[in-house]
Write a protein that binds this ligand. Structure first.
Ligand code: HMG
Ligand code: MG
Length: 309
């Protein structure tokens, strides 16, 4: 039986916008978060405290966190790779305090080096004090494990390699395990197999799937994960994004497409599809292109919006 309710974490403001070459003004990022909240999203990944030399688009992290409205019931998360990032997050002030931080590692050594400039083992050493400090401060800690279904540098990644990192994350006190298909090469049975490995170490409600849609497999992978009871997924409004360290990776599966599918399955999300589609249309207008979401584009076209061929 499929779950009756699913939680979607919109990672568009972070995973989506981090990949944009042109600077996106802080006010547009804030407006995006606001629009997502108005559409009923209750979990939003807002920004990251990473090096502005590596990812310039996220340099306004503190300004964005200070400007977004913080209504009760909406949880905001930020990526924090090390203590420099953790301290920058604290220095942003109490208004900017997130509900959750995300430490992000990889199941492949090569991607770990390219993305965060250290080996898997070194990354865990860097995360350990961050996790301890965050928990001490009462913040929840989520982990993301990149390249869990394949790596742009190493190629094949085995479920054993993923489970190894899942265990390391658990050992340092991470509370939630996100399994990420960074380059979208996963297919449904493989996705299930890797999620099953995470479920050996974390309970169902503390495991999530993060599927990029590069090969058009994301909806099928999500459906396969629903079949085994998974009910938390990262998605990105308008299909924004990619990864600056995974060439050719397109965005996460579009939130609109997932909500359309879940609505059809009678699974509750608390999200208003019409308002979500407007949010996706608005940020796509800012970026000067059509939404990558198929459902978003179809519904906007139905309302009379014309997209360039
Ligand atoms: P590093 O260069 O190895 O660190 O960076 P370092 O300790 O050698 O420091 C070098 C410089 O960076 C120093 O500044 C530090 O102060 C500064 P300098 O002396 O040269 O002026 N620095 C920082 N500045 C701001 N915030 C920080 C920070 N740390 C050091 N936190 C680091 C290590 C991880 C920071 C760097 O490699 C980096 O920023 N990488 C970018 C990682 C990133 O954002 N990747 C994209 C997000 S992950 C993702 O998208 C995948 C995910 O969606 C799941 C999936 O799909 O797979 C989550
Ligand atoms: Mg990602």
């Amino acid at each position: 039986m499929l779950p009756s309710r699913v939680t979607l974490v919109d990672v568009g403001p972070r995973d989506g916008l981090q990949n944009e070459k042109q600077p996106v003004a802080t006010e547009h990022k804030v407006a995006l978060v606001q629009a997502l909240q108005a559409a009923g999203l209750r979990e939003i990944e807002v920004t990251s405290y990473v090096s502005p030399k590596w990812v310039p688009q996220m340099a306004d992290n503190a300004a964005v966190m200070n400007a977004i409205p913080r209504p009760a019931g909406v949880r905001h998360s930020v990526l924090v790779p090390n203590m420099i990032g953790f301290n920058a997050m604290l220095a942003a002030g109490p208004q900017a305090r997130p509900d959750e931080i995300v430490v992000f590692g990889a199941a492949s050594q090569a991607f770990s080096q390219r993305n965060i400039n250290c080996s898997i083992e070194e990354s865990i050493e860097r995360f350990a004090p961050v996790v301890a400090a965050a928990r001490e401060a009462g913040l929840k800690v989520r982990s993301a494990i990149s390249c869990a279904l394949g790596c742009p540098y190493q190629g094949e990644v085995t479920p054993d390699e993923v489970e190894h990192v899942v265990k390391l994350m658990k050992e340092i006190g991470v509370q939630h395990c996100g399994i990420a298909d960074t380059i979208g090469v996963g297919t449904p049975r493989r996705a299930q197999a890797v999620i099953e490995r995470a479920l050996k170490h974390f309970p169902m409600h503390e495991v999530s799937g993060h599927f990029h849609d590069t090969y058009g497999q994301a909806l099928a992978n999500i459906y396969a994960c629903l079949e085994i009871g998974l009910h938390t997924f990262d998605t990105s409004v308008a299909g924004l994004g990619g990864c600056p360290y995974a060439k050719g990776a397109t965005g996460n599966v579009a939130t609109e497409d997932v909500v359309f599918m879940l609505n059809g399955l009678g699974i509750e999300t608390g999200i208003d599809l019409d308002r979500l589609v407007q949010a996706g249309g608005a940020i796509s207008d800012v970026l000067g292109r059509a939404p990558v979401s198929r459902a978003g584009k179809a519904l906007l076209t139905k309302q009379g919006k014309v997209f360039a061929a």
